[in-house]
Design a binder for this molecule. Structure first.
Ligand code: ATP
Length: 134
């Protein structure tokens, strides 16, 4: 069976380990579908879902908050600042983070460093909420 190993790690833990038929991730320059035997690459990722399509059973979806994806012939490693499996996502926490970020965006000027921080925080929260369908 032609599969590629997938590992998603953060500084804190191994979030995901599995074998995929194809992995779909959002790179800075667009969506990437990575198959086994892909040419080796290193790509920065956006704050977005990573979809692991497996041979058997349901696909897995992981909220990845940016980071880097390293592709080797037989293994994909994603190193992210934070990442959660869909069923680990705390909806109340993400909703609170989204509301906090929206408040900060409304309060701070565009050139302010807090504005950029709030934009990233909003993206992380929206990504989490999208994945759980909220
Ligand atoms: P918050 O403001 O709620 O902390 P954040 O986007 O700033 O959200 P991160 O810095 O991305 O949080 O992550 C910090 C840690 O908390 C990581 O381990 C991450 O997996 C976890 N985490 C953050 N938000 C959630 C959530 N809604 N559900 C589950 N885990 C979360």
């Amino acid at each position: 069976m032609n599969t590629i190993a997938v590992e998603i790690v953060t500084p804190e833990r191994v979030v995901y380990r599995g074998d995929a038929r194809i992995v779909v991730a959002r790179g800075m320059e667009g969506d990437l579908g990575v198959l086994p035997n892909h040419i080796p690459t290193v790509t920065p990722l956006k704050i977005a879902p990573v979809l692991v399509k497996k041979h058997e059973g349901a696909d897995d979806i992981i909220a990845v908050s940016g980071g880097m994806m390293e592709v080797r012939k037989d293994k994909i490693t994603i190193l992210a600042e934070s990442a959660e499996l869909a069923d680990e996502i705390d909806v109340n926490r993400a909703t609170a983070a989204k509301e906090r970020a929206e408040r900060r965006l409304a309060e701070s000027g565009r050139d302010n460093v807090d504005f950029k921080r709030a934009q990233s925080s909003l993206q992380r929260a929206m990504n989490r909420l999208n994945i759980v369908g909220k």
